[in-house]
Ligand binder design. Structure first.
Ligand SMILES: [Zn+2]
Length: 373
């Protein structure tokens, strides 16, 4: 991964590069971003840049011996730690480790903007809880006592330290505070609020913002996505490039039509229709279900924006504008907030593999109570 392969984030990239140029790289940094931010990809590009033998002013060269290894994620001085479920089918631990590392590399190559769910899917972890174990922290310490093999630096990328077992986190505190010379830690988190204060106090925090709509749109344009579809995807993705890319291949969803129909059904308390819509919802795949709820949240937010009169920050276009205006007539701020909360909760339960049918029907019933008490 090189910086130029990552859309947007110009300021952050410059800051990271300047620190290397000025030899002021903090020994432990925490790349913190919301889910969907490109903090892992940035960490990978940063590692490539640090190791590059022929650094440019804006990026790694991409062709030197170090870069060619970094781009395949096989540079011996870049180490990775990531959450893993209990998938050990293999008694031979070394063989298992080699296998999982191979899977990890192909994950990074195939889904460079992938999230934890994608990673769990890639190694076949299914529902098992993924975490970073205590043994892993011993490995980290052991690995970092070795001198760099080829580069001037050793880099330890810890992805999602929020999934560290507390004893694993405690196990690395000392080395995190005083790492061996020329060793850099890059911790990459999507949930900074879940990290131990002892970890936070030992790292320099670098905030990685989500991409803005134009950056996502530009990226979609390079993939040949038609401009009206770009608009739809941008509204659904809300700065999450990984999600935007997944949506390229998904069907055009007619969410607006479905959503207004659903709200009408709830308003009329048409229970027969609710059951039909539940079946329809259930037939969507998991991503489709998630996106439909995401779209519903977008419409709630748009209705609030409509109430506040801040049309500048509105994302809706075309027929959605009329829907929001009409919907605004039967809603008020309190109601929108309640419905918004219900949809968020439903989304949360769905992510945790609750029954789609139950969740959606229950949601419909609760919404109908709010819309039409
Ligand atoms: Zn290079």
């Amino acid at each position: 991964m090189t910086f130029s392969a990552i859309p947007g984030l110009i300021e952050i990239k410059k800051k990271l590069i300047d620190a290397v140029q000025a030899s002021h790289v903090a020994h432990a940094q925490l790349f913190s971003g919301k889910p969907g931010s490109l903090n892992l990809t940035l960490a990978l590009a940063y590692a490539t840049y640090l190791h590059c033998q022929n650094k440019g002013l804006t990026d790694a060269c991409g062709t030197c011996a170090a870069c060619s290894k970094s781009l395949k994620f096989i540079h011996p001085d870049t180490n990775f730690v990531f959450p893993l479920g209990n998938v050990k089918g293999d008694k031979d631990e070394d063989r298992f480790k080699a296998e999982i590392l191979k899977t990890w590399r192909s994950f990074l190559i195939e889904q460079p903007f992938g999230d934890l769910g994608d990673w769990i899917g890639a190694y076949g972890g299914e529902d098992k809880q993924a975490l970073i174990s205590r043994e892993e922290s011993r490995e980290i310490v052991k690995m970092l006592t070795l001198k760099p093999f080829e580069s001037t630096y050793k880099i330890m990328i810890i992805w999602q330290p929020e999934f560290m077992h507390p004893s694993a986190a405690n196990g690395i505190l000392k080395i995190l505070e005083e790492p061996p010379k020329d060793t850099f830690f890059i911790l990459v988190t999507n949930a900074i609020e879940r990290l131990l204060p002892t970890i936070l106090s030992r790292t320099q925090i670098v905030q990685i913002p989500l991409l803005d709509d134009v950056e996502i749109e530009n990226h979609l344009a390079t993939k040949g996505v038609a401009s009206n579809r770009q608009q739809e995807i941008v509204a659904l993705a809300e700065g999450d490039l990984n999600l935007a890319i997944k949506l390229i291949d998904s069907e055009q969803d007619h969410f607006q039509e479905k959503f207004s129909e659903w709200m009408r059904t709830c308003f009329k308390r048409d229970y027969g229709k609710m059951v039909e819509q539940m079946e329809e919802f259930n037939e969507r795949d998991k991503l489709g279900q998630r996106n439909f709820l995401q779209y519903s949240l977008t419409m709630m937010r748009e209705t609030l924006i409509h109430f506040s009169g801040a049309s500048k920050i509105s994302r809706v276009k075309g027929s959605e504008v009329k829907f929001v205006q009409d919907f605004g007539k039967v809603m008020n701020v309190g109601k929108v907030e309640k419905v918004n909360q219900l949809i968020s909760d439903a989304s949360y339960h769905l992510e945790r593999n609750g029954s789609a049918k139950m969740i959606f029907l229950d949601l419909s019933l609760q919404i109908s109570k709010i819309l039409n008490p």
